[in-house]
Write a protein that binds this ligand. Structure first.
Ligand code: GLU
Length: 284
């Protein structure tokens, strides 16, 4: 089976050294296996994403010497795919509307007797205590009809009961069990936004035929959720390879806020593509 990898930036700012490393990593995994390397623009957040940043990302990647297949998939052009996937999960009766605000969730966690720092938390923040999980259908309908805002959460316990035990495979860390205790009932869509990172990334990796998902270690902890969504939606499971995150001079993770570590800035300061490539591969 041919290896297909992807680099999936969100165009909320200029490409920085950390994401350039991720792009090189994905491209190298494909090249070394004689496979294909794709790019996907993750721009579902229409408020934070800018087309001009997507263009700048392409320019910077090309300047660095990377080549990829076209056409590039833009998530913002495929909301229907995510809406369909969401409807399929809903038909499995695995989604429920949650009307809680962040503040109400914090209060509920305190009321359950947890000090704020001791409450169960995972990569997505405090684990949702399940307040709206057991609302009656009539109450749900009445609140939706009253115009209340809501998020659609996945009932992960019920979902896992439907799929049975699952595992996923990380090429460097081996077989991993799917355990969602630290994620809880994650939000997959909202009243005013029909998808989320988790849903879109799972749908797109499937539709683009990705066989090896490479990305930073910061996303290792959410991969079990993507595996669960694949099982529920009947998708094949790609392999995964999470890579270490590059760090800046003070050991900090690169961030788009740090303009001096953007490829654009380094280019404009007169460095050559080769020098910037080397920086992207080293901790500074
Ligand atoms: N769009 C995500 C990011 O920029 C990457 C998602 C992924 O590789 O799965 O962090």
């Amino acid at each position: 089976m041919s290896v297909i990898t992807r680099f999936a930036p969100s165009p909320t700012g200029h490409l920085h050294l950390g994401s350039a490393y991720s792009a090189f990593f994905a491209e190298r995994c494909a090249r070394e296996a004689g496979g294909r390397f794709l790019i996907r623009i993750e721009d579902i957040d229409r408020e934070r994403c800018r087309d001009l940043y997507a263009q700048a990302i392409f320019e910077d990647l090309a300047w660095l010497g990377l080549r990829w297949e076209t056409p590039v998939r833009y998530q913002s052009a495929h909301f229907d795919d995510y809406i369909n996937a969401c409807a399929r999960l809903d038909a499995l009766q695995l989604l429920y509307p949650c009307f809680c605000s962040r503040r109400e969730i914090r209060a509920e966690i305190r009321a359950a007797g947890y000090a704020p720092h001791a409450a169960p938390a995972g990569p997505e923040g405090p684990v949702y205590p399940g307040t709206c999980r057991d609302l009656s259908p009539a109450e749900r309908q009445q609140r939706i009809a009253s115009g209340a805002s809501y998020a659609l959460r996945l009932d992960t316990t019920r979902a896992l009961a439907q799929t049975g035990p699952l595992t996923w495979f990380d090429r460097s860390r081996g077989e991993q069990p799917v355990n969602l205790e630290k994620l809880g009932d994650v939000v997959l869509a909202r009243k005013d936004s029909p998808t989320s990172y988790h849903l879109s990334v799972t749908v797109d990796d499937h539709l683009q035929g990705i066989t090896l998902v490479t990305r930073g270690d910061d996303l290792f902890a959410v991969t079990p959720l993507h595996r669960l969504l694949q099982a529920l939606l009947g998708y094949n499971t790609p392999e995964y390879l999470h890579h270490g995150l590059r760090t800046g001079p003070e050991g900090q993770r690169y961030s788009k806020r740090d303009k001096s570590l953007s490829i654009r800035y380094l280019r404009e300061s007169g460095l050559s593509p080769r020098q910037v490539q080397e920086m992207a591969h080293a901790d500074l």
